[in-house]
Unconditional design. Structure first.
Length: 391
């Protein structure tokens, strides 16, 4: 007599995904994130919209402008942003610019001299030196603008013409996403910039000004406005794995869907297991990656994971446009992540990164609509595709 085959039934759906203060506590505990309520958040689709918002913010700056950019070019886009910064400095606004040494390679000395002469204070993160000849890592991969400590922008958009489609290498602009945040979370973004600004000095004494991290509790969370518009600012630091832990928390708690867009997707096996486990439990897990990457070897590494993901129910799409550079996720149409972190060893474990994790059903609906529109311009990968490697 043969035993009947054993089948694993999906777990019953319950309200696992925390909201309001529970969301704040969970993100604080697992990712050391500052969380605040009462924020106004706007999704920004692609570079042109992001640059328009950034320039408008700088034009209206009264006291301070803090810009942190991994990619900094002295091209049309760089000149546009640079002109806005110089105009602000000319009005007496305190303007600081922090860029990564690798990300700003190729920028013209004339461009940098003009910024300095206008009164902009410029710092370069982790330049090479005699004492740091092995110090190519970590990099400052963050993209961040904060004005007056009241409004900020973060996401995947760098300061370069790739994002407006005016380069010789690329026919169209890169697909990317950012968010504009107005409210208490902008203060957290300012603190994040200030900490990185001091870190860029590369000296033992980082300066006398210390910043106190606010706990995600008490007066910082206003019961009248929470939910919606809860925002957690997650700062990725070397070996902290914060955004990876946040992904695990979301994968465990997701009830309906996990949709991820990621430019350089080379996940750890624990991240793969978190996503495939959710898919096997009936969660709609979708991943969008570029079909043509500006680093082609990344595409080869990404495709090594296709078979494992597909056989466990995860659906995969490849973007058909020039380059999909976004780093976003939306979970259950309620949680939205937009930032600089790619799910690969550099992004998760080595570089400095910054992501905004937002709980807001209205914003989640917008993020889902944006994701579905992107899928219309993408190709779904199936097990029959030649892009899926052999077992």
């Amino acid at each position: 007599m043969h035993a009947k085959p054993f089948a694993i039934a999906p777990l019953p759906r319950t309200e696992l995904l925390p909201s309001g203060p529970a969301f704040a506590r969970g993100l604080w505990r697992i990712a050391a994130a500052d969380v605040s309520s009462g924020n106004s958040v706007t999704l920004l689709h692609d570079g042109p919209a992001t640059f328009d918002v950034m320039c408008a913010m700088i034009v209206h700056a009264r006291t301070s402008v803090s810009l942190e950019a991994y990619i900094l070019r002295s091209d049309v886009t760089g000149k546009r942003i640079g002109d806005a910064l110089m105009d602000a400095a000319g009005r007496g606004v305190k303007v600081r610019l922090l860029s990564d040494w690798i990300g700003m390679r190729g920028v013209s000395g004339r461009y940098l001299d003009a910024l300095r002469k206008a009164g902009i204070v410029l710092r370069v993160f982790n330049p090479p030196g005699f004492r740091a000849w092995l110090g190519l890592l970590p990099r400052d991969h963050r993209k961040l603008l904060v004005v007056d400590g009241l409004v900020g922008v973060t996401g995947g958009v760098g300061i370069g013409d790739e994002w407006i489609g005016k380069t010789k290498r690329h026919r169209g602009h890169w697909r990317d996403t950012a968010v504009r945040i107005e409210g208490p979370a902008a203060h957290d973004m300012q603190q994040a910039f200030d900490t990185m600004w001091e870190r860029a000095l590369k000296r033992e004494r980082r300066g006398s000004h210390r910043f106190t991290r606010r706990a995600a509790r008490g007066a910082y969370l206003d019961p009248a406005t929470a939910p919606p518009s809860l925002v957690g600012i997650v700062e990725g630091e070397p070996w902290r794995l914060r955004i990876s832990r946040a992904l695990h928390m979301q994968a465990i708690a997701a009830e309906r869907s996990i949709w991820i867009a990621n430019a350089y997707f080379v996940p750890s096996w624990s991240e793969v297991e978190a996503l495939t486990g959710a898919a096997r439990d009936g969660v709609d897990v979708r991943i969008l990656v570029p079909s043509r990457n500006d680093h082609p070897w990344i595409t080869m590494l990404t495709r090594r994971f296709y078979r494992r993901l597909l056989t466990n129910g995860v659906r995969i799409w490849e973007w058909k446009g020039t380059m999909m550079h976004a780093k976003t996720s939306v979970v259950d149409g309620r949680w939205v992540r937009v930032g600089s972190t790619d799910f690969n060893p550099l992004g998760v474990a080595i570089n400095y990164e910054l992501d905004a994790v937002i709980e807001d059903p209205a914003l989640g609906a917008q993020a889902e609509a944006m994701f579905l529109a992107d899928l219309e311009r993408s190709t779904e990968i199936t097990m029959r595709s030649r892009k899926v490697g052999r077992p």
